[in-house]
Design a binder for this molecule. Structure first.
Ligand code: 5GP
Ligand code: MN
Length: 336
C-alpha cells in the first residue's frame, strides 16, 4: 500500500493518469470523475476519464465532459491508455466487476490503483485507498481528498466545485438522506463559495427531462405501481414494451423509484425494469431498513442501506413474485 506522502510526491510531477468509474455512471460517478479531472489538469497531468458505458444526457453539462472516453466503442484506444497509465483512479466503485470488461484491463495494468469510494466490502485490487462508507457521496470524498489529504483546497475552482456539487446533490437524494451531515453541508457551502451555482446545477440535472420520460413516469404511477400495505412496500415494474414505447434512453428511469417511496408509510420501494438481457432492480428504503441486504442475498447485487441494486435472470413476472415471497422474511423490520 502506498502512503499519502508518496502519493503526494508522485503527483508533484506530471503523470499519465486514467480516471474511471462504475458502469452506467450516475451523478456521483461523473461528478467525482470530472471533479477530480478538473483538479488534476491544473497541475499539468495528462488525464483521461474513461467510463465503461454511456451515461445520461442530463450529466453532459459537466466541465470536461467533451473529453470523456466511453469504453464501449473505443476499446482499443482505452486499453492503450489503461496500459500506459502511471496512476488509475477508481472512483465510486470498489470491485472490478463493476466496470465490466474494463476490469481485467485495469487489473493487469502496472499502474498504481487508487480507490476512492463509499460502498461496502471493497475488493483488494488497489494500492491506495481513500474509503469511507459513511460518506454520502464519493464526490464528498474527492473534496476531502483534495482539500485535506493533498492540502490543495485552493485548486477547487468553479469547474471542480460544480462537478462535486452535482455528485453530492444526486447521491444524497438532494440532501435528504441521513448521511447528509452538517459536515456535508459545510462542504456544500465551500463548493458554492468556490463557484458552484447550486440552483443552476439543480436545474440542469433535474429539470432536463424529455417529454417521453415524463410520460413514462405517468404510466409507472398510474399502471405499474403496486402498493403492498401489509409490508409497507411499493413496487413499480416496467416492461420491455414500455421501454420501447417511450423510447427510453440511459438515465430516463432514474429517480422513478423515489415516487414509490414518497407514499406515506412506505419503507421499501422496489423499481424493476425488464431490460433486453436481464431484469434490473433498484431498491430504496427509509431509516434502518437494509435494502442492500435483499440485493446481496437474492439479486447478485449490493449497495447502501437506503439505496441498492441488483439483477435477476428470471422473467419480470417471476422477479416480482420473488420479491413478494421475500417480503415476509423482512416483515418485522418493515412494519415496526
Ligand atoms: P441504482 O438503483 O441507482 O441503480 O443503484 C443504487 C446503488 O445500488 C448504487 O449506488 C450502487 O451502490 C448499488 N448497486 C446498483 N446496482 C448494483 C449491482 O448490480 N451490484 C452492486 N454490487 N451494487 C449495485
Ligand atoms: Mn456514489
Amino acid at each position: 500500500m502506498l502512503d499519502t506522502a508518496s502519493l503526494t510526491e508522485l503527483l508533484a510531477q506530471p503523470q499519465k493518469i486514467v480516471i474511471t468509474t462504475h458502469h452506467k455512471p450516475d451523478g456521483d460517478a461523473m461528478g467525482s470523475s470530472l471533479g477530480l479531472y478538473n483538479y488534476l489538469i491544473q497541475q499539468g497531468h495528462h488525464v483521461k476519464v474513461i467510463t465503461p458505458t454511456d451515461y445520461p444526457e442530463f450529466l453532459s453539462w459537466m466541465p470536461g465532459n467533451g473529453e470523456v472516453i466511453i469504453y464501449t466503442g473505443n476499446v482499443k484506444e482505452a486499453n492503450a491508455l489503461i496500459a500506459d497509465a502511471k496512476i488509475i483512479f477508481c472512483l465510486d466503485f470498489n470491485a472490478l466487476g463493476r466496470i465490466n470488461q474494463m476490469g481485467e484491463q485495469v487489473r493487469k495494468s502496472d499502474a498504481l490503483k487508487i480507490m476512492i469510494d463509499h460502498h461496502l466490502e471493497p475488493e483488494d485490487f488497489d494500492d491506495y485507498r481513500y474509503w469511507d462508507i459513511n460518506a454520502c457521496a464519493t464526490a464528498q470524498l474527492i473534496y476531502s481528498f483534495i482539500a485535506v489529504e493533498l492540502n490543495n483546497k485552493k485548486l477547487i475552482n468553479k469547474d471542480v466545485a460544480s462537478c462535486l456539487y452535482a455528485g453530492i446533490m444526486t447521491d444524497s437524494a438532494s440532501f435528504s438522506l441521513p448521511n447528509t451531515t452538517s459536515s456535508v453541508h459545510r462542504i456544500i457551502a465551500d463548493l458554492i463559495d468556490a463557484g458552484a451555482v447550486n440552483y443552476r446545477i439543480y436545474d440542469l440535472v433535474y429539470n432536463n427531462s424529455s417529454e417521453n420520460r415524463l410520460r413514462l413516469l405517468g404510466t409507472c404511477l398510474s399502471d405499474r405501481l403496486e402498493v403492498l400495505y401489509e409490508y409497507n412496500t411499493a413496487i413499480i415494474a416496467v416492461t420491455k414494451h414500455d421501454l420501447e414505447k417511450f423510447e427510453v434512453n440511459t438515465g430516463d428511469t432514474e429517480g422513478i423509484v423515489n415516487y414509490a417511496l414518497s407514499i406515506a408509510g412506505i419503507k421499501l420501494a422496489v423499481f424493476i425494469v425488464e431490460r433486453t438481457d436481464m431484469v434490473k432492480l433498484s431498491l430504496r428504503s427509509k431509516g434502518e431498513f437494509p435494502a442492500n441486504d435483499i440485493c446481496k442475498k437474492y439479486f447478485n447485487g449490493g449497495g447502501h442501506r437506503n439505496a441498492a441494486g441488483g439483477i435477476s435472470s428470471a422473467s419480470l413476472e417471476d422477479t416480482i413474485n420473488q420479491i413478494k415471497l421475500i417480503l415476509p422474511e423482512y416483515k418485522k423490520l418493515l412494519i415496526q
